[in-house]
Write a protein that binds this ligand. Structure first.
Ligand code: SAM
Length: 292
């Protein structure tokens, strides 16, 4: 492979991943849409419905990049609040003055209540694009951006209700060590990130991971291979002038542990009720678990 994953040091691996996202940051959203034909939006919506956050939820979105999950979370919580307020109004239940005033603001509540989302990413460029997007789209309440590493999160223990990581966990995989994990060696950056997820969640908190996974249907799998290896790097070159970063993307997807293996790793980090849902025959999967 062009990264020679089996031979690079950990520092080199990190540096290369940093460079990949530094170079794609400005084109990241356009590339996401063109490579997945916009379907990544649906996958992210499904993640949000699975989370089904209630007002008051404190979310950390790790490897949150340009804020896609955070913005969806804000929209979702606002709409839940809006429906709750409408229901209360309809049934003339006890409303606080704040709720009454909110419900009359432009006919609907724009408030997040006390919900909050923290976007944490290791890459300054990705965060910069995300912050600009938030400003352009008018998101600010309940939203913060933190530079940090998934393997060593800059947060206290037992802090968040939900931890999400969308298309990010693949990047904290030390491929050599994941291969050894199959031979029952436990040390890996991926396990480290999972343990960090566990640490920062409150008891009762939920872990949700959206990631490219492995396709079970043989015909679809061949088509998908063809698309990944022949089309994606070309799209990367044409749209972002960056063949290598998109070749990295395809390779990292292939090398990522399959659904059952990731499930076992999440369980090993201490999570309970670990399960996954395949989307589009396993092109992506959502893994979920709870800290008890
Ligand atoms: N979650 C966003 C989304 O779904 O659109 C962005 C996903 S993007 C494919 C992967 C992100 O992971 C990049 O923003 C990258 O900077 C970040 N990342 C890579 N390694 C990381 C690490 N060790 N800790 C935190 N973020 C990391």
């Amino acid at each position: 492979t062009h990264f020679g994953f089996q031979t690079v040091t950990e520092a080199e691996r990190r540096e290369k991943i940093y460079q990949v996202f530094e170079s794609v940051a400005k084109k990241y959203d356009v590339m996401n849409d063109s490579m997945t034909l916009g379907i990544h939006r649906v996958w992210k919506d499904i993640l949000m419905h699975k989370m089904n956050p209630s007002p008051g939820t404190l979310l950390v979105d790790v490897a949150g990049g340009t804020g896609d999950i955070a913005f969806r979370f804000i929209n979702y919580v606002r709409s839940v609040r809006e429906r709750q307020l409408q229901r209360k109004l309809k049934h003339h239940q006890n409303l606080s003055w704040q709720e009454i005033s909110e419900s009359y603001q432009e006919g609907k509540s724009k408030s997040l209540g006390n919900s909050q989302v923290v976007v944490c990413d290791i890459n300054k460029e990705m965060l910069k694009v995300g912050k600009q997007k938030a400003q352009d789209l008018g998101y600010s309440e309940g939203l913060s951006w933190v530079l940090g590493n998934a393997e060593e999160l800059p947060f206290d223990d037992d802090k968040f209700d939900v931890y999400t990581i969308a298309f990010g966990i693949r990047n904290v995989t030390r491929i050599d060590l994941v291969l050894s994990y199959r031979n029952k060696l436990t040390a890996s950056a991926l396990s480290q990130a999972l343990q960090e997820a566990y640490r920062v969640l409150k008891p009762g908190g939920r872990f949700l991971c959206l990631e490219f996974s492995h396709v079970s249907n043989p015909l679809l799998s061949r088509l998908y291979d063809l698309y990944s290896f022949q089309v994606i790097p070309v799209l990367g070159e044409v749209i972002a002038g960056d063949w290598k970063s998109y070749q990295y993307l395809v390779e990292s997807i292939r090398r990522f542990p399959p659904q059952e293996e990731l499930k076992a790793m999440i369980e090993d980090a201490g999570f309970f009720k670990v399960d996954y849902q395949n989307l589009n025959s396993g092109i992506v999967a959502i893994h979920s678990g709870f800290k008890l």
